[in-house]
Structures are given as C-alpha cells and as structure tokens.
Design a protein around this ligand. Structure first.
Ligand code: IMP
Ligand code: MG
Length: 182
C-alpha cells in the first residue's frame, strides 16, 4: 500500500496558511455581499474546488445557497487539452441572482472563462469569480479574478482538492508532485 503523500517533494502552501487566508477571504466576501437581498448562490466547480469551497462557505456569514457544476478539461494529463465539456450543469436558475463562481486553480484561464461566459448568458444580477490558486503567469485569456487565495509559480500542484489522475485530493496542504512520479 502506497502512502497517501507518496511522490510529494515539497509543501507549497501549508495547512495553517490556507486556513488563515480563507478566513480573510470569508471576511472580505461577507463584507462585500452584506447588502444583497436574496441568498448568494455559490457555484462550485467540481471536483477540484470541493475542499476549498467547503471551508470557504463556513467563513461567509451570510445566507447562501450551494450549487455545483462538473466540467472536464484535463483528462488524466498535466497539460490542458484545451477542451471544456459540461458534465453536470447547475440545478438552480441564476437569473437575477448574485452568483459567486468558485474554482480550485486558474492556470491558462480557458476553462474558467468558458464557464464565466456561459453563466453570464443566463443574466445573473452579478457574477464574481473566486479561486484558491492563481498561476497568473500562464494566463491565456483576459480573465480578471475577483478573489484569489494565493498566486503560485508554474508548477504542477496537488492536494486540498486538487488531483493528479484523481489521487491526492485528500492532502490537507498544497504540495508539489515529483515530476518523475507524474
Ligand atoms: P485552465 O483552463 O488552464 O485554467 O485549467 C484549469 C483547470 O486545470 C483547473 O480547474 C484544474 O482542474 C486543472 N489544473 C490546472 N493546473 C493544475 C495543477 O497544477 N494541479 C492540478 N490541477 C490543475
Ligand atoms: Mg478545475
């Protein structure tokens, strides 16, 4: 049986750093949405954002609803396939609602931009974007992210929801995978 952290060569963001940053993001979001008149709709991109979103919403002290989308862009490789498929769409209508779209990591931004455009087409009252990790050096679109946790270098990372070939999502920190182990 392999250890659950086999192949991790470095910790990029430690568990307590993540916790502190998410608490700050939650305070900011609570302040920014304090005056809205209907529950905020938090849309989580699965699977990668599930851990981040679970911690983040517990730091937002406002009425909110959760909804989930599953999109696929990577398959089991570490290079983007440049294709975005919607596998599961939202259950709630977002027309005239305040929507916060939450993702784990924005790399080229191509996946996220496609989802943003799709959701904008449903005419929400507002649509803001939130990601835990931002590899901004790799951006290939003019996407602006409203809330981010950490800017990170161009390394393939796993843990805290992020996977390599579906493994490592349960690591409590963001780790760097040994390129030889990929
Ligand atoms: P983008 O379209 O290039 O921005 O790809 C974004 C998606 O690719 C993310 O939502 C992740 O699912 C995945 N991804 C990008 N970089 C990494 C990484 O370093 N580790 C794990 N998944 C990643
Ligand atoms: Mg993703």
């Amino acid at each position: 049986m392999k250890k659950f952290d086999h192949g991790i060569i470095d910790v990029l963001v430690a568990e307590d750093q993540i916790k502190q940053r998410i608490a700050d993001m939650g305070k900011q979001l609570t302040a920014d949405y304090a005056d809205i008149d209907a529950p905020l709709i938090v849309v989580v991109l699965m699977k990668g954002a599930f851990v981040f979103a679970a911690d983040l919403v517990r730091e937002i002290q406002l009425p909110l609803h959760m909804d989930f989308m599953i999109v696929s862009s990577y398959g089991d490789k570490t290079e983007s396939s440049r294709e975005v498929r919607i596998i599961k769409d939202l259950q709630e209508a977002i027309h005239d609602r305040h929507v916060l779209l939450v993702d784990d990591i924005i790399d080229t931004g191509l996946t996220f931009k496609k989802i943003v455009d799709l959701l904008q087409g449903r005419n929400p009252r507002s649509l803001k974007t939130c990601t835990l990790l931002d590899k901004s050096g790799r951006r290939e679109t003019d996407l602006d992210v409203d809330y981010f946790g950490f800017h990170i270098p161009n390394k393939f990372v796993v843990g805290y929801g992020l996977d390599y070939a579906q493994s490592y999502r349960n690591l409590p920190y963001i780790g760097i995978l040994d390129p030889g182990a990929e």
